[in-house]
Write a protein that binds this ligand. Structure first.
Ligand code: ACO
Length: 313
């Protein structure tokens, strides 16, 4: 966001901003309560972030200071939207965010309806959030930059990013991974299940990457975390299954796991509902989207590719 590391006092100011802007306007929470309970968390996130701009005093102000304020608010508010939606759809009371804990700790606190999370869960989620924070011109960041390059507002650009992240070929893949693991059910079923997928020429979600042809470095951290969480819980089943899938897909298809593959078993072991995995990706990637949007505004030119007409004259 700033192009350099902060001083101690700048860091304190930023952290305070991120901790004190976690609440949502009451009308927004009211509107969320009117949404259909079966709405997907990513649909709710997309709509609610869009709605937030209508309550943001800086919404149409595109100077850098206003955009930094909006970036802070959005980074602070997105976790609240995700946690609140899970409470609302389960007919539970929403819990006011705290101001004295980390983003990861506060998210888990709100999600559980007000229970203090344990240290291992907070640390694991924190690491996962750091790993997902930014990743160059991935599809959602590119979408956000294309929007920003029209000089539309920050909220609109972030909504564009959320829309692109939702797809199963991008951030939606982590939810598809847990679906596959649950369908397989046991270590013994892994091979036969994969064989069937290969026969049907189905993609194995969480594998392959447009840029990485070797291991996605984020996967190395998440693999380790998945194993450690399994060991702590006294049951490494989800890690063992994931590891076996990795070995088979590598041997048969020459594909490596990407960031989405092991994050699925990590979130599952943290007890996070399956359809919140992609929203958690958004919670983290918000910081990267904001950095790119700020960079785009600072040195803008409309992004407008040309199409080559190959149809009949
Ligand atoms: N499972 C099986 N086969 C695959 C997979 C996969 N996950 N990924 C690629 N392949 C195969 C393709 O079928 C293709 O084979 P072909 O040449 O015989 O047709 C070949 O590998 C090349 O794949 P492309 O899809 O052309 O590679 P591309 O760079 O376009 O796609 C992508 C990258 C979209 C990530 C792809 O690997 C994929 O669909 N993976 C599964 C979805 C996924 O995990 N997405 C998350 C990516 S990371 C992120 O966004 C955070």
């Amino acid at each position: 966001w700033y192009g350099r590391l902060p001083t101690k006092s700048e860091l304190e100011t930023l952290s305070k901003g991120l901790r004190t802007n976690r609440s949502l306007p009451a009308d927004v929470v009211k509107a969320m309560k009117q949404m259909p309970k079966e709405a997907l968390p990513m649909e709710v996130l997309r709509t609610t972030v869009s709605m937030l701009s209508m309550y943001d005093a800086d919404a149409e102000d595109n100077v850098r200071e206003a955009n930094i304020r909006k970036a802070i608010r959005l980074t602070a508010q997105i976790p609240t939207i995700v946690a609140y939606w899970d409470l609302i759809r389960n007919n539970k009371e929403v819990v006011a965010p705290k101001e004295d804990n980390s983003l990861a700790a506060n998210f888990l606190y709100m999600l559980s309806g007000g229970k203090e999370p344990n240290e291992v869960s907070v640390k694991s989620l924190d690491i996962a959030l750091i790993l997902h924070a930014d990743h160059e011109l991935n599809a959602s960041t590119f979408a956000a930059r294309v929007a920003a390059a029209t000089l539309t507002d920050m909220h609109s650009a972030i909504v564009a990013g959320i829309c692109a992240l939702k797809g199963p070929l991008h951030g939606g893949a982590n939810q598809e991974v847990i679906k596959m693991l649950l369908e397989m059910g046991t270590l013994d079923n892994v091979e036969a299940h994969l064989d069937k997928m290969f026969e049907r020429h189905e993609k194995v979600m969480g594998f392959g990457h447009r840029v990485y042809k070797t291991e996605d470095p984020r996967a190395s951290h998440l693999r380790k975390m998945s194993q450690e969480l399994g060991k702590r819980a006294g049951d490494t089943k989800w890690f063992d299954m994931s590891y076996k899938i990795e070995q088979i897909v590598k041997a048969d298809k020459g594909l490596n796991p990407n960031v989405d593959f092991y994050s699925a078993s990590v979130y599952y072991m943290l007890g996070i509902p399956n359809d919140l995995y992609t929203p958690i990706f958004a919670i983290s990637r918000m910081s990267g989207w904001a950095a790119h949007v700020l960079e785009q505004y600072a040195n803008n030119r409309l992004i407008r590719p040309l199409a080559e007409y190959i149809g009949e004259m």
